[in-house]
Design a protein around this ligand. Structure first.
Ligand code: PLP
Length: 403
């Protein structure tokens, strides 16, 4: 099939929500039972929490209004003081430093290498004096969790995993989001499970989840509807009336949209990984494009692909590549070159104090490209994207062939 016979694939539309959601949504609309704490038991949000914890293999899960809310509550639930220093990778989404600022704490940015993962030397150097870390698995790329956990455990620094975009990724066979003290996931529409908005945190720590449950908005004794786990009840009883209620709850309609998608996760992960690896192999055949290798223990669940422009000497050349791809129907975002990009750390001017210079992360962002690659794409869609990207590189750099 030639390029002109296939329309450029739409990479923004979501998959339809499974049919099974409809009956439950109808039931909720008929009864008006939308608040998670109205029903005496088994509200859709509570059932989602049980199912999600089982899927991940954790003891507890707490569903909330967004992953940002889950990150904020995690920081608050750790009981850190105002002004606490929280380290994050300098390559992440603006919502992550924002959750730290929201909690009255200070983000500390760590360098990220050309492979989009935390620079463990810079991490080691900056860890002294840090009170907590949020490891943001940006676009599902997993930093070296063995090194990070060893350093943080030795220093007594708690680890929050921002697994917003990492559902289904494993590290040494272990689910991402279950390695640190607490893991946070997103159900925003661009993530693997789509409820428009929503988030969830998972942990094995009864005290931490008890605090988070109360602060998420479990007033009076509504927390009894979460679970009949004895450790949880004992922990919540300790914190009753001692914590503010931020009201970041999830409502039942969201849970009704999410629950029938959980059995789809394995398929989406499998298809997304196959799509990614097929496109990555083709792009790596070009002398001008490079998809960095994952770290050995990582099995990613990608719904997008990131690659670096190699031998593009100027920003103008990198822009010309993005323009040439756009002209062929494929939108490429070079993280550092699109105006006001929320993933470029120099745009996080809301962070108190002077923004640090992070030359490695900056250099990566100026040549790193982002293309969406949802799991539902077909072989002709993938071939279209590959052809457009390879041709765009040759438009700018000439016809030099494979490395
Ligand atoms: C989407 C995303 C978030 C924010 O999730 P929300 O549910 O929209 O708050 C945070 N971190 C990463 C890495 C993300 O991809």
């Amino acid at each position: 099939m030639s390029l002109d016979q296939v329309l450029a694939p739409n990479v923004y539309d979501a998959e339809p929500i499974p049919e099974a959601a409809r009956a439950e949504i109808d039931r909720l609309l008929m009864s008006g039972d939308l608040f998670r704490y109205t029903a005496p038991e088994n509200a859709p949000v509570a059932l989602l929490e049980r199912e999600f914890a089982d899927l991940l293999g954790t003891t507890y899960a707490l569903a909330v209004s967004s992953c940002s809310a889950a990150l904020f509550l995690s920081l608050e639930a750790l009981g850190l003081p105002k002004g606490a220093r929280v380290m994050i990778p300098a390559f992440t989404f603006a919502a992550v430093p924002s959750s730290i600022v929201h909690a009255g704490m200070q983000p500390v940015l760590c360098e990220v290498g050309e492979n989009y993962r935390i620079d463990t030397d810079d991490f080691r150097a900056k860890l002294p004096g840090v009170d907590a870390v949020i490891i943001s698995h940006m676009r599902g790329h997993t930093s070296d969790m063995d090194v990070i956990m060893e350093l943080c455990d030795a220093a007594g620094v708690p680890v929050i995993e921002d697994a917003a975009h990492s559902l289904g990724t494993t590290w040494n066979g272990r689910n991402i989001g279950t390695i640190g003290r607490v893991g946070c996931f997103s159900f925003q529409s661009y993530k693997l499970v789509n409820a428009g908005e929503g988030g969830i945190l998972v942990t094995d720590d009864a005290d931490l989840v008890a605090r988070a449950i109360i602060m998420s908005g479990a007033y009076e004794h509504t927390w009894k509807k979460h679970s009949d786990d004895g450790d949880l009840h004992a922990a919540v009883a300790r914190w009753q009336n001692k914590l503010p209620l931020y009201n970041l709850r999830m409502q039942n309609l969201s849970a009704a949209v999410i629950r029938p998608q959980l059995p789809e996760v394995a398929r989406r992960v499998r298809d997304g990984r196959a799509n990614h690896d097929y496109v990555a192999a083709a792009l790596n055949g070009s002398a001008w494009l490079n998809v960095p290798d994952p770290l050995g223990p990582e099995d990613r669940a990608p719904d997008s692909i990131q690659f670096n422009l190699e031998g593009f000497e100027s920003d103008a050349e990198a822009r010309a590549f993005a323009d040439a791809a756009a002209a062929r129907g494929v939108k490429v975002q070079v993280f550092g070159l699109s105006t006001d990009n929320a993933r470029a750390f120099w745009n996080w001017q809301f962070i108190p104090g002077d923004l640090p210079d992070l030359p490695r992360t900056r250099a990566m962002l100026m040549r790193a490209c982002d293309v969406r690659l949802p799991a539902r794409l077909t072989q002709p869609d993938l071939d279209y994207i590959i052809d457009a990207l390879l041709a765009a590189a040759e438009d700018v750099k000439g016809g030099t062939l494979a490395a």
